[in-house]
Ligand binder design. Structure first.
Ligand code: 4AD
Ligand code: MG
Length: 463
């Protein structure tokens, strides 16, 4: 790989090496030719020099287009007096795959909008190489963080019959014939005839099943795909995204926030440490404040305010002339513009907002003493808004049952969840980190479509 040649250039100088890569440019000076190759192992290119006299298939190589795949065997010659530290003097070059002249990535720079139409090719650009290398390192950092603290990695089901968030934004999974759906006597779809004998969906969150395991092993986490049929065409909503969901027994809301903050800082530090080239590239071309922001966040405390205090701050902002599209009033669900004002203008760093009104949060959150707010904590990140949603869970059987009834939910469906509160119930808490939103934060890329390898959004699921 080209990255290895750069790393070990001193030892490799003068020896024969073989490298496979894709053509970025070819310059022909009649009897000498220069091929610039890249193999994606680093952002640096490899300069290959070939001579007509030294290469039998010189003309064949010379006629290759940008994007062709070549394998070069040659001598690594150190070139201390030139801009690049070494070149490869070709002894043999073979064409692995030619590249058709209509190759869409001929030009060096393409807009991200155009690249979204080229999902099968865009991974070959430096921008996407940087983003997806950071995505990979961030995933590694998340596993390292939890594993080193003794958390057990649990895989929760993708197909489920319960709605974890109670928001009804689920994709249905069925084998019923849509043109001939079986009906019950009262005219409803008869899901007992469906594959699972009940209406099944793609999971919106692994939390409820994660709780089962936390009540067995104490500290667990999930890390997997989740699905939401939200009709939100925004730059931070996807229909298929990955979520990290730790769940901790004998833990309260403060403990949960501490773990979220430590996790985010650990991931940022790991990426700063392992991806300097990627971050420098993104800092130059995508977001000029990226590096300074990540360094700052990794080493300073997050802000923490209650929802009630946050509404106060927003109301004061309105009084002092700040304009919001959505009116601010205790009880509203915070809109992106409000979230961004809080963490970007007011606190200027990641901010936890806690103790939201029960009415705008999920059924499982623990009711506070005031009887109207719940022990929830959303972490808002500058440039993005909500990146983490967490809470302490309602561990008291009577309160949980009353809430399920109050919301008109199907008690039978949540019987197993209620059971946990009857058999050795503990105080417990957890959170869900939107992995793509984290990758947006780590890369400065402002659209979720550009941090997902193959994004699925409203109206869009290309192959
Ligand atoms: O706030 P949410 O809905 O929380 C839950 O699902 C809880 N069950 C988590 C838990 O406590 N175990 O979602 C958690 C996070 C959000 O903060 C956001 O970052 C991300 O998931 N998220 C999305 N990311 C991309 N596209 C979407 N449509 C998303 N919906 C939520
Ligand atoms: Mg949320």
């Amino acid at each position: 790989r080209i990255a290895q040649l750069y790393a070990d250039q001193e030892e490799l100088g003068g020896s024969l090496v073989t490298v496979g890569g894709w053509v970025r440019s070819i310059r022909d000076m009649k009897d000498v030719g220069f091929v610039t190759l890249n193999d994606g192992s680093c952002f640096k290119d490899l300069q290959v020099v070939m001579t007509r006299s030294g290469l039998a298939n010189y003309d064949e190589i010379n006629s290759q287009g940008v994007g062709a795949a070549l394998v070069v065997r040659g001598k690594l010659a150190l070139t201390p007096d030139r801009p690049q530290p070494f070149e490869l003097q070709a002894e043999e070059i073979s064409v692995e795959g030619t590249c058709a002249p209509d190759y869409p990535l001929q030009k060096q720079r393409q807009t991200r909008e155009f690249l979204r139409t080229q999902q099968h090719l865009r991974a070959r650009t430096n921008l996407f190489r940087a983003v997806f290398r950071i995505r990979s390192v961030a995933a590694y950092a998340i596993h390292t963080f939890f594993q080193s603290r003794g958390f057990v990695y649990v895989n929760t089901p993708i197909i489920t019959t319960s709605d974890a968030e109670g928001a009804g934004e689920m994709f249905q999974v069925t084998t019923l014939d849509m043109n001939n759906v079986p009906k019950t006597d009262d005219g409803k779809v008869d899901y007992s005839k469906d594959f699972f004998g009940a209406a099944a969906h793609l999971t919106v969150s692994g939390q409820l099943q994660g709780e089962n395991f936390a009540q067995s092993m104490g500290d667990i986490y999930t890390f997997g795909p989740t699905f939401r049929a939200e009709d939100s065409n925004t730059r931070r909503h996807a229909a298929e995204f990955w979520m990290v969901e730790p769940e901790m027994a004998f833990c309260d809301l403060k403990g949960e926030m501490d773990v979220s903050e430590q996790m985010l800082k650990f991931v940022i530090r790991t990426v700063l440490d392992k991806c300097p080239d990627e971050l420098n590239m993104l800092n130059r071309f995508v977001d000029k404040g990226l590096l300074a922001r990540l360094e700052h966040v990794a080493s300073s405390d997050f802000a923490r305010v209650t929802y009630t205090e946050a509404i106060d701050i927003l109301e004061k902002a309105v009084e002092s002339g700040v304009k919001f599209e959505y009116p601010v009033k205790w009880g509203i669900d915070l809109q992106t513009e409000h979230e961004r004002y809080l963490c970007e203008q007011h606190f200027k760093r990641p901010t936890f907002v806690t103790d939201y009104p029960a009415a705008i949060k999920a059924f499982y959150m623990r009711m506070n003493e005031d009887g109207k707010t719940v022990a929830a904590a959303d972490c808002l990140a500058p440039g993005i808004g909500e990146i983490i949603g967490g809470s302490q869970r309602e561990e008291r059987y009577d309160k949980l049952l009353a809430r399920i009834e109050e919301l008109g939910m199907d008690e039978q469906q949540y019987k197993y969840y209620l059971d946990l509160r009857r058999y050795g119930s503990t105080k417990h808490a957890g959170f869900g980190l939107g992995f793509e939103r984290l990758v947006m934060y780590l890369t400065g890329v402002d659209n979720i479509r550009d941090v997902l390898p193959h994004p699925r959004t409203v109206g869009n699921a290309d192959f």
